[in-house]
Design a binder for this molecule. Structure first.
Ligand code: NDP
Length: 458
């Protein structure tokens, strides 16, 4: 049911999938995400086929409302002009202003941003908050750039992007390569050009200028709140469990922090070069120092803990997934866990996987986990805590007021618990008890479909 290779029986659904594949053949990541979602919606589509077909609901759902692509010229420290490409995919605004992060990474292209924007529609619907789906970014590589270069790039990027966003239109946030520093530069340029203090136009802002407490921690913490609920519903808990986490960025660090709070032990973390294994539990203060302060490589962990082991990535299985653990938290990038990796993880005794990243697991690997009774928390539900807290940041900006740490954290916990319960309920209602992939897609889709239908053919 989760495998994109599976043919669906419903003719309308299959026709839409075929058409999108034909039209977007050059966008593999988008096709993967679209197929994963659409195939799981078959029971709902079957029930409402005529209604959806008459208003081309699925055709509209899979076509972004708008894609903006633009030139981003900037001066490097040698006075040389560099040129990158910027994008914003405004995928679906039926539920609220487009909302989704900006990714700065050399791999960024239209396919990746369409996959992320498509996923975001569903994720945002699951939060229960009024936000539509969008995503953006650039093929700019922040690695090795000076602070001034980052600032000049962000200013040039925003000079163009500001034409298309606004607190009631489209509200970007961070993603890979875009953290508090970049959001600060982007916000400054927006404010200068518009001569208007629209705090709600970007989220992930610093606390001094409209940011929300807990936003930095939200995606990682939210992932663990979801994991706690999923384990609880299956008679388990995190206390004493061993954990491995791919990545060592924003999501990974705060996932690890909450995992420790829940009594688990993080044995390994990684970056795109390789992973560290620390049998005593990875020391998060050191990881924060390396990644948040020095912006260095995870290998430097050995300078602090000589007894830890560093393994460089090679082959198709990232080194971190060779560490034996019960809870697996992919928090780096898409398609990080393939079938080969999934087999190793299952053989090593994994009991649960929680996707902190977007689409880190390939469809055949998801299928393998589910078949082998490994609890599986899909990203669009499990990592929704970041965007949910972004929406809470927007709410605070609108009220010109801020909630304290515990208030935001409790709201985040409540939202994640609710998302889990909705996924669980939708899965059960359609005969897929315990399959939270199907549950998440159906729960989100029903809401989006109703909003789109109510607003007519637009
Ligand atoms: P960061 O830029 O803070 O960290 C990304 C981490 O992933 C780094 O450790 C990075 O290593 C690693 N990584 C990135 N690309 C690759 C790659 N191609 N192969 C292996 N490792 C890689 O990003 P975030 O933590 O914000 O985002 C991580 C994931 O979580 C992404 O999938 C993002 O879409 C998703 N997400 C983020 C949210 C947020 O609030 N930030 C919300 C919901 C989802 P290196 O430094 O070597 O590049």
């Amino acid at each position: 049911m989760t495998n994109s290779a599976v043919m669906v029986k419903n003719e309308y659904l299959q026709e839409v999938i075929n058409k999108v594949k034909e039209k977007c053949g050059f966008e593999p990541e988008f096709i993967q995400a679209m197929e994963e979602v659409l195939t799981t919606l078959e029971p709902v589509v079957q029930k409402h086929e005529k209604e959806y077909k008459d208003i081309a609901l699925l055709e509209r759902l899979t076509e972004p409302e708008r894609i903006i692509s633009f030139r981003v010229p900037w001066l490097d420290d040698n006075g040389k002009v560099q040129v990158n490409r910027g994008y914003r995919v405004q995928f679906n605004g039926a539920i609220g202003p487009y909302k989704g992060g900006l990714r700065f990474h050399p791999s960024v292209n239209q396919s990746i941003l369409k996959f992320l924007g498509f996923e975001q529609i569903f994720k945002n619907a699951l939060t229960g908050l009024p936000i539509g789906g969008g995503k953006g970014g650039s093929d700019f590589d922040p690695k090795g750039k000076s602070d001034n270069e980052i600032m000049r790039f962000c200013q040039s990027f925003m000079t163009e992007l500001q034409k298309y966003i606004g607190q009631d239109v489209d509200v970007p946030a961070g993603d890979i390569g875009v953290g508090a520093r970049e959001i600060g530069y982007l916000f400054g340029q927006f404010r200068k050009i518009r001569n208007s203090y629209e705090a709600g136009v970007l989220t992930g802002k610093g606390l001094e200028y409209g940011g929300s407490l807990v936003r930095t921690q939200a995606t990682g913490y939210g992932l663990l709140y979801f994991m706690r609920e999923m384990l609880k519903a299956n008679g388990q808990n995190l206390n004493g469990k061993t954990v491995i986490i791919s990545g060592s960025g924003n999501v990974a660090i705060y996932a690890a922090e909450k995992a420790y709070e829940f009594g688990a032990k993080v044995l390994g973390m990684s970056d795109s070069n390789g992973c560290i294994y620390d049998e005593n539990g990875v020391n998060l203060d050191i990881i924060k120092e390396i990644k948040e302060v020095k912006r260095g490589r995870i290998k430097e962990y050995l300078n602090y803990v000589p007894n830890a082991i560093y393994s460089e990535n090679s082959g198709s299985v990232p080194a971190v997934y060779k560490i034996k653990a019960e809870i697996i938290l992919p928090c780096a990038t898409q398609n990080d866990i393939n079938l080969e990796t999934a087999k190793i993880l299952v053989a090593n005794g994994a009991i649960a996987v929680g996707e902190g990243a977007n689409m880190p697991t390939t469809p055949d690997a998801v299928e393998y986990f589910i078949q082998n009774k490994v609890l599986f928390a899909p990203g669009k539900a499990a990592n929704a805590g970041g965007v949910a807290t972004s929406a809470l940041e927007m709410a605070q900006n609108s009220m010109r007021y801020s909630w304290n740490y515990d208030e935001v954290d409790q709201k985040l916990d409540g939202i994640m618990t609710n998302i889990f319960k909705n996924c669980e309920k939708a899965a059960k209602e359609y005969g897929y008890e315990g399959n939270y992939v199907v549950g998440a897609n159906i729960a989100a889709f029903r809401k989006i479909a109703k909003a789109m239908r109510a607003q007519g053919v637009i």
